[in-house]
Design a protein around this ligand. Structure first.
Ligand code: GRF
Length: 212
């Protein structure tokens, strides 16, 4: 599968996916990295790793849909087959989501359906949660909903700060995204009634990974 990776900033999940693609037998290749922000740090990382990059500045377009049409054109130009949102900070309209229906996935830093939206780690700490984590899911028009492909959980420690928890979750995000994209590209998921299920459950998974 040819990945189109959409970023807005640091790009550590993007980097994890590009690195995974270089592993022998990994069933995907990075086709293009697109950022809506010209100063996204991930752009330089992708370029250093030999992946084509493009900036599509959302402010240059009169509407969300015009912006998305420009993004869509770049994805098609690079013959992308799976779109991976990786810290892409624009809410997508049903137009782009419909156009990539079933081929558009996201990573979110919470154990969905808990804490959709922003500030997930601060909210998990404030709620006194004992566990936090991340979710890779197919994108549907409702924000941070959609069939869950893989989750990973980590403990919330008694003295956790938002930054400490974010760093712990980010560590499992990188593994989670890489595995979910692999299994997705291998056609190992079935999606029924809005729920994903992995056909053959792998054995020997690291602790904390939740396979649907
Ligand atoms: C990650 O926590 C991801 O789950 C969220 O945005 C953050 C992006 O980080 N959607 P990075 O740019 O991949 O380092």
């Amino acid at each position: 599968m040819r990945l189109g990776i959409l970023i807005s900033g640091r790009g550590s999940n993007m980097e994890a996916l590009i690195r995974a693609c270089a592993e022998p037998g990994y069933p995907a290749k990075p086709a293009v990295v697109i950022s809506n922000k010209a100063d996204a740090k991930g752009l330089a990382i992708a370029a250093d790793m030999g992946v084509p990059t493009r900036v599509v500045p959302h402010r240059d377009y009169a509407s969300r849909e015009e912006f998305e049409k420009a993004v869509d054109a770049v994805l098609r130009e690079h013959d992308v087959s799976l779109v991976c949102l990786a810290g892409f900070m624009r809410v997508l309209t049903p137009w782009l989501i419909g156009r990539w229906d079933g081929r558009l996935i996201n990573i979110h830093p919470s154990l969905l359906p808990e804490f959709p939206g922003l500030d997930t780690h601060a909210r998990a700490i404030a709620a006194g949660k004992k566990e936090a984590g991340c979710s890779v899911h197919l994108v549907v028009p409702e924000v941070d909903a959609g069939p869950i492909l893989l989750q990973a959980k980590v403990p919330v420690l008694a003295d956790d700060t938002e930054a400490a928890l974010a760093a712990r979750v980010l560590g499992v995000e990188h593994v989670c995204y890489k595995l979910a994209v692999k299994w997705f590209a291998e056609g190992r998921y079935t999606i029924t009634n809005g729920k994903a299920s992995l056909k053959e459950k792998p054995s020997g998974m690291p602790e904390g990974f939740l396979i649907p």
